[in-house]
Design a protein around this ligand. Structure first.
Ligand code: SF4
Length: 489
């Protein structure tokens, strides 16, 4: 689709809106060529404190022109949001009229659809009122509006327990046994980078010690700790023991309510590693089969089987963790609605008290795109998700966090479901941007949440293990920024 901007240059917001509505379109910029059948002109006009966006959309012979306007009545930051909202609504209405689409999330194109519901609830709306307004003002379907209101409620409950100097801590282990076909993460496969694991750990221990000191110096309370990746359990039992020992002695964890370790690939789990995690008080592990269909696992290059997942879950149960999560993905190559159903039913039967249902996101650089793997159509993905929600509800799970990504099949969502008391605070904190996150390790993204307007400042660690090891000055600069952020108060 060819896009022309008039009176503005809101490329990011336009892409976010258009790709949420037309995830398979390739966007190019400039005036339409005579041969183009899909093109849009996005115009903005601001006059006397009002902003008006007009979208003229041409879609395979159909044309629609729709506009939306708002009064710019807030701070600069809030007005930026209002402009993006105008753009999103005009694009949505034009897309609905010209292309006949009615996406589940309506005109909501952002990563965090529960945020709108949370704002309504904070303003005093009852959940039913928030649901109604999401349906009427944002064209969200009833099911999704209910999901958003429930996730927002869980977010507000989590926020109520936080004070200004509460933070979460994250450690990233950027290694995996093999690379999955849908992955765009910079995770290095251990087969190719085994030599890097030990020097990476040494560099990481140094960062962890400095980070712990920083949090003590500024009287910051770690409320939740999460180790993700990659696959943290690619570390050996001894390496994991060293890392967790260093973390515990560096940080004051007396207010930390939970510790989560992603044990994502079942083929990296064994009783010895699980015993180390239990000894260190880990409260939650995440075993992520993605599917229980061996054919699909082969197609996505996971190199483990459903039998490995069953074995891993038996070992996890025997180790006695308080909470266990399993991740599934709807829309994987070679999967079908029946296959997804079998996978979900089995995860429930295996006893996980958290089940996270992702929708496949087609990320640039993933093998799915580079090798053109066959994926189920959006209708099949919708069928999978339509099965997931009522099935999980009937089994006693409720949604507690939700987010969306770019390029998602059918433009749906990822939802964390749990049984009562199984909410993972870290996931809520990060998705609802409730507190700062101090991230350690290659690729770590530290977030600082502003006290007044909750504006987010980010500081990124270097991505690749090699550069992270070679240039500690980058994480040192990030920690200095984090310290300065809290020293100002
Ligand atoms: S386990 Fe996760 S991080 Fe590792 S290759 Fe697969 S998708 Fe990527």
């Amino acid at each position: 689709m060819r896009i022309t901007f008039v009176g503005h240059n809101e490329v990011y917001a336009a892409e976010q809106s258009l790709l949420a509505l037309f995830p398979e379109e390739k966007l190019t910029y400039g005036p339409p060529e005579p041969a183009d059948t899909r093109w849009a002109v996005l115009s903005m006009e601001e006059r006397e404190g009002r902003c008006r966006f007009t979208t003229e959309l041409h879609w395979d012979g159909n044309t629609a022109v729709r506009e939306w306007s708002e009064t710019l009545s807030g701070t600069d930051y809030e007005n930026e949001g209002l402009r993006r909202r105008c753009l999103g609504k005009s694009v949505f209405l034009a897309a609905r009229d010209a292309a006949g689409i009615a996406p589940a999330w309506g005109s909501l194109t952002g990563v965090r659809p529960a945020k709108v519901a949370a704002k309504l609830l904070r303003q005093g709306a009852e959940p039913e009122e928030a649901v109604r307004r999401l349906e009427e003002e944002y064209y969200v379907t009833h099911d999704r509006a209910v999901l958003a209101a429930e996730a927002a409620r869980a977010g507000l409950d989590a926020a109520a327990g936080l004070s200004r100097r509460d933070i979460a801590a994250y450690i990233g282990i950027p290694f995996c046994p093999t690379r999955c076909a849908y992955c765009s993460f910079v995770s290095s496969s251990v087969e190719r980078s085994l030599r890097q694991v030990e020097p990476y750990l040494e560099a990481l221990l140094e960062e962890v010690r400095a980070a712990g000191e920083l949090t003590r110096r500024h009287a910051l309370r770690v409320r939740a700790f999460y180790m993700g990746g990659g696959t943290p359990t690619t570390l050996s039992a001894g390496q994991m023991d060293r890392l967790l020992t260093a973390f515990e002695s560096a940080f004051d964890l007396s207010a930390c309510a939970e510790t989560t370790i992603e044990a994502g690939r079942p083929d990296t789990i064994d009783p010895e590693k699980l015993a180390v995690l239990r000894r260190h008080g880990v409260t939650r592990v995440s075993v992520n089969p993605q599917t229980m269909e061996d054919r699909v696992l082969r197609a996505i290059g996971r190199r483990h089987t459903a039998a490995d997942t069953r074995r891993a879950m038996e070992q996890v149960a025997a180790a006695g963790f308080q909470h266990v999560n399993m991740d599934l993905i709807a829309g994987l190559p070679e999967d079908t609605p029946e296959g997804f159903r079998r996978s979900l039913d089995e995860c429930i039967a295996l006893g996980a008290n958290n089940i996270t249902v992702h929708t496949l996101s087609l990320k640039k650089g993933s093998t799915i795109l580079t090798e053109g793997l066959r994926i189920p159509p959006a209708e099949a993905v919708a069928e999978m998700l339509d099965y997931a929600a009522p099935t999980l509800r009937a089994a006693g799970y409720a949604p507690y966090y939700l987010y969306r990504q770019k390029y998602m099949s059918g433009s749906f969502e990822n939802v964390g479901w749990c049984r009562p008391g199984g909410e993972n605070l870290y996931n809520i904190y990060i998705m609802e941007e409730l507190c700062s996150i101090l991230s350690m390790g290659a690729g770590g993204s530290t977030k600082m949440v502003g006290p007044a307007d909750r504006r987010i400042t980010r500081a990124f660690n270097l991505k690749y293990p090699q550069e992270y090891i070679a240039r500690p000055e980058k994480w040192q600069a990030n920690q200095a920024e984090f310290a300065a952020f809290y020293a100002e108060e």
